[in-house]
Design a protein around this ligand. Sequence first.
Ligand code: MG
Length: 403
Amino acid sequence: MPTTLIIAAGGHGTRFRSDFSGRNSESNERGANKLLFPFLGKPLLCFTLSRFQEIPQIQETIVAISREGEKRLRAWCKEYGWKSVKWVRGGATRAESVWNALKKAHRKSQWIMVHDGARPLITKESVRRLMAYMKQARCAGALLGRKVVPTIKRVDPSGGQILQTVDRRDLFEAETPQLMNRRMLEKAYVENKNAFNATDEAALLESVGAQVKVLTHDAWNPKITTYQDMILAEAYLEKQGRVEVRTGFGRDSHRLVAKRKLYLGGVHIPFPKGALGHSDGDALLHSIADAVLGAIGGGDIGDHFSDRNPKIKGIRSEKILRKILCDARGKNWQPEHVDSVIVLEQPKLGAHKRQIREKIADIMGLDADRVSVKAKTAEGLGPEGEGLSISCEALVTMKKVAL
Ligand code: MG
């Protein structure tokens, strides 16, 4: 069942923005877009996307996204090693966004799965169940839904007068994912003149007489609409013990010799000597990489990048750290904070510290205020003090959210 996943992420979250600003006097630019707002430390949309990785039937993911989101998405694809994620510009309505993505779907995809970017709690199990259900239900579309529990009133909007208590026995709330036969969905877009106003894909299929079924499920799969929804969803995962935080420690030393370049934190520092090593000898990035591995139980750098491998001779350490982080993210670990110390007699690093910090923040995918770089001399003592070597130490805090 070759399937294209379309993530509807074109909106800006107006209700979220006003709710967030109302509760936070210092509302910053992060409050501007719900889908880019941190959810358990990861942008909400990025969190939702990672839920769909490693589902073999999904051969590609197309995200319908705003201009501001596109830049971020491109960076996540690099950080997480997502090769099958593409994007298109979101439309004025959800249905228009999905149409933009549908036009770019791989020609071999017979099924289209649409999911809200703002439903981060979707589980792989629910996705698998929906796919299996669709296979045997012989319908044009199926979606996840739940029975409506609250008592629902039909009310005269002008006077507040209750007109009717609605019989809720056959009422269901439509969630996503919604899984559709591609041909039928395309037909609905072509034949329904009001297609761009449809509020979900099921409504489109219904409008051309196709059969769509609801698969009820118990997993909580809320759409994050307000800031309060987000806090509740975060607390839900945390309470379930699905969030784990660990700290790892790393230490590294290199001999300083002539005719080598000096790299620290991925930044070239002009100096007549540099660190001797199989790689570029960046002791700071090595200590950070080892701290990352220490936190996630991943061994040490040598286990991943052997100094006997001639193919990686002279490799930039930025590449090493990025690869280690990419693998960590694949196991749902992400960095939260870095603290580090450089022990070096010469040159003085005061003028370079800011650049080093910003470079590390860029590599780690962190805000610069979550990265600390401290520089010390050894007061003339020991090999560092005599200018023979450089040593670095780092503590890295990593967070895992079990999906
Ligand atoms: Mg080293």
